[in-house]
Design a binder for this molecule. Sequence first.
Ligand code: PGA
Length: 249
Amino acid sequence: MRRPFMAGNWKMNKTPDEAAALAKALRRELADAGDVTVAICPPYVSIAAVRGELSGSDIALGAQDVHWEPSGAYTGAVSAGMLAGAGCKYVIVGHSERRQHFGETDETVSRRLKAALGAGLKPIMCLGETLEEREKGVTEDVVGRQFSLGTDGVGAADFAKVTMAYEPVWAIGTGRTATPAQAQEVHAFLRGLIGEKYGRKIADGIIIQYGGSVKPENVKDIMAQEDVDGALVGGASLQADVFAKIVKF
Ligand code: PGA
């Protein structure tokens, strides 16, 4: 039995003060969340403020991206060691918005993944097809390529610490969710790929989140799918009561 994992990706929202207020409200709302792993990923500058509010709670802290080098002349970048030192347990890697707007490639995803694992962080590795790719019928090719190149050079013991997030690009921030059956289809396909590469036992234990317009109204049906183990939530994670409803699906 895989323990459900709900993560909030705040994207480029919330100043440190706003982030602290949201984390505080969330902590109150989730005092009785039950048997669910919960993490929130604020922007870098708000990590310290959120850490203060979450201290001693069960809500884990994560970041939205990480650079692959440990230190050096990489203006604007943040390393895995820095994130670990700032109290992060998780880090999102390969989000489609990073791929779309910031030149992220499967190769850089793999470098970031390895750097995160090397620093003891638990990566949430995102993949998913665009609308054009879905309509062309190449969803499995795309997801397969993103998985295989993104995990290039990652050994089984390390991969066991990774959370996967299937996020069809056409469902992110659009209000258009994949149907539970569409999500299940890709999740099952992905779990099969994980099994081929890392063995059945690891594949059975890996958490695969669904992401893309998850809301309190649709979370239950999505979570009812056999291979859907959690959600990566953007917009709906920015209000404490709404995200709490998702966590308590
Ligand atoms: P959304 O974003 O819930 O706003 O669609 C999900 C994500 O990008 O992680």
